[in-house]
Design a protein around this ligand. Structure first.
Ligand code: KG4
Ligand code: ZN
Length: 352
């Protein structure tokens, strides 16, 4: 018997969706009404737990999700002032991410969907990040271009319509957020590094250190940040060996400038070639104020508009998962009852 099918109109199933997100180190639950109204957005961060290891420890992350998930969901229901019987669907991230962490959310969502006979939707984490923009501006008109910059992904995605995504560029090595985190660690700033590098960079000069930019082949929309990261690490090592002092704020600012310059230039060029009027920014690095400002200025100079979610909806949260789930549901797309966690779930074409 197929359990997770729609009973009644698809729109009705989207009335009050519970979203769940456990792909990395945030246990998150949200309640979304009518695909746009965030009634609750609860996030239990594990940052304090992983900080002492300088990064996320997958085994610990899974255990923390197990400890947290019940109270996070209950807190979301309380915040939304609703009960189990008010829910009309469950949307959960089923990939990509840490498999043990993903499994906690997927198992919880399947159990709830089974017990309450609710339709279940599996959501791609990156599609969730992209849909955070539809929470901000539900009236977005296609086609759109989205720059996705997170801890694990750097993609330029062309969106022709809902469910019709094409990756036109991706990182060939480190993701932008990963580069921020590694440089933060080398500078002794701690974890997660992105916000700390941004804060330090505010006191430095972006032109102080000459760092490489990887433009790659002519016309390519791909990215590469490992050379830049290595250049920063080499500079720090060399200066230590020679007993020279480095100004950390200047280095943070120069590094951030190098990342942002490439992201902005490639996005600006892609928007021009695809003749897209509105560009979206998504993922944890989208919380970076310098990137937001620079990209907005570059696009505005070309007569284009940038849409960016509020910072809380840029980093991992479940409201974005519920929103992406809503747009799947209203097209009648639900998960099979054997929905599983897929750590390397591909983005383009994943909806078949
Ligand atoms: O989307 P996200 O919360 O998780 C993943 O899906 O990876 O992104 C986390 C990444 C981390 O690498 C973090 O350092 C980076 O986003 N990040 C930032 C900022 N806030 C978060 N990077 C640069 N500047 C920020 N303000
Ligand atoms: Zn994420």
């Amino acid at each position: 018997m197929a359990v997770f099918t729609l009973r009644g109109p698809a729109g009705e199933a989207g009335r009050l969706i519970l979203g769940l997100e456990t792909s990395c180190d945030e246990t998150a639950a949200a309640v979304l009404a009518g695909g746009r109204e965030v009634r609750a957005n609860v996030i239990a961060s594990q940052v304090a737990t992983h900080q002492r290891y300088g990064g996320v420890v997958p085994e610990i992350a899974s255990r923390k999700h197990l400890e947290n998930i019940t109270r996070v969901v209950e807190a979301a229901l309380a915040q939304a002032d609703c009960g189990w019987s008010d829910l009309t669907a469950v949307a959960v991230t089923n990939g990509p991410g840490l498999v043990g962490a993903l499994l906690v959310g997927v198992a919880y969502a399947k159990g709830l969907a089974w017990a309450r006979r609710l339709p279940l939707v599996g959501v791609h984490h990156i599609e969730g990040h992209i849909y955070a923009n539809f929470l901000t501006r539900p009236d977005l008109a296609f086609p759109l271009l989205c720059l996705v910059v997170s801890g694990g992904h750097t993609h330029l995605v062309y969106l022709k319509d809902h469910g019709c995504l094409q990756i036109i560029g991706a990182t060939r090595d480190d993701a932008a957020g990963e580069a921020f985190d590694k440089v933060a660690r080398a500078l002794g700033l701690g974890y997660p590094g992105g916000p700390l590098v941004e804060k330090l960079a505010r006191e430095g000069s972006p032109a102080a250190y000459k760092l490489p930019r990887a433009w790659l082949d002519e016309g390519s929309f791909d990215f590469s940040f490992s050379g830049l990261k290595s250049a920063v690490l080499n500079l720090l090592n060399r200066s230590r060996q020679r007993g020279e002092t480095i100004n950390p704020a200047d280095l943070a600012a120069s590094f951030q400038e190098a990342v942002v310059e490439v992201l902005v230039e490639k996005t600006r060029r892609a928007a021009g070639e695809l003749a897209v009027g509105t560009v979206l920014l998504a993922g944890g690095v989208a919380a970076n104020g310098y990137l937001r400002r620079k990209l907005d200025q570059a696009l505005a100079a070309d007569g284009r508009r940038l849409v960016v979610p509020v910072p809380l909806l840029c980093t991992d949260n479940a409201a974005m998962i519920a929103c992406a789930g809503y747009h799947l549901l209203i097209r009648g797309i639900t998960a099979p009852e054997d929905l599983n966690a897929v750590p390397y779930l591909p983005l383009a074409g994943w909806q078949g």
